[in-house]
Design a binder for this molecule. Sequence first.
Ligand code: PLP
Length: 366
Amino acid sequence: MPCTPFALERWFARHEFSTRWTLSSSDCDGLSQAELLAGADAELRALWDGLRLGYTESAGHPLLRAEVAATYAGVAPDEVQAFVPEEGIYAAMRCLLEPGDRVVCTVPAYQSLYQVAADLGCEVVPWKPREAGGWRFDPDDLAALLRPATRLVVVNFPHNPTGALATRGELERIVELVRARGAWLFSDEMYRGLERDAAERLPSAVERYERAVVLSGVSKTLGLAGLRVGWLVARDAELRARLAAFKDYLTICGSAPSEILALIGLRGREAILARHRERIARNLARLEAFVAGRPATLALSPPRAGPVCFPRLTTREGATALAERAAAAGLLLVPSSVFDWGDAHLRFGLGRESFGEALERFGALL
Ligand SMILES: Cc1ncc(COP(=O)(O)O)c(C=O)c1O
């Protein structure tokens, strides 16, 4: 099986830790360990202090699985399996797909969401959004892409990199279309909880469809990316057994300290999420004012959810050349070329406190 380079991650490998400012990271500012531990309740503090650093349970710490399950309606702890988020994508694709399968995926996308399938020899069909008037994936377009033998539909709401969010009605329609084909639905919900308007938060796909596989984790919304803790939720017991067996060839089990720290973050999630939503709203307002002052340079189709958005560059210089120039000046920008989406957009990340300072650097570069 080939292993096509992951363009976004290779770009980060080159520039993430050699630049001083970032305008393009998709996670919220990382919390400090001291700050996180200060918020631990007595039960978790005792677990942390007494933690032994041996192997952990492959499916995840029972308390972690229970805490995660409680964030979904009607999900039992044993329907949750711990995975590093990116590992979860890989495992799910390997367990669901065979060469020749048809897979429809929202694009532009976090590359592994379709690349693992493509490298496996599947036929990958892109479901593209409309940009004008706000990025939107039209379920009618999905309907036209489905065939009787479609094996899997992959969606990601809130969407990276555009900030698109389906409405509740659109999600119901997507589920209806996928169910009618008997296909699986892989729903990447890494950014769920960071909606502009809390009333727009979608139900999880696993609450709506028995053949949904949901991915989430603590990386983005809780600012705990360095813990490398995430999970898959699936109703189907046979699929869960395959996922468990597949994990034996990947990490086997999670990191003991990370699981406890993730648990502390999850128990304190409402306060952390509120703080991150407030920062994202503040940074988006800043960005909108910045764009309004430069109509000949940038256009922004506003995001509805999540910490990222995808403004269009209207300069003669392409996004990749600009991002290379920015990196040389100490500013991390992600050009749309790494999403295989032309060369006229930049991904902006709104979850960092230093956004204003980075935006000033960007203004100077423009
Ligand atoms: C949509 C999406 N899914 C999954 C991941 C993987 O998350 P992690 O880096 O925590 O493994 C990312 C990371 O950027 C992402 O944007």
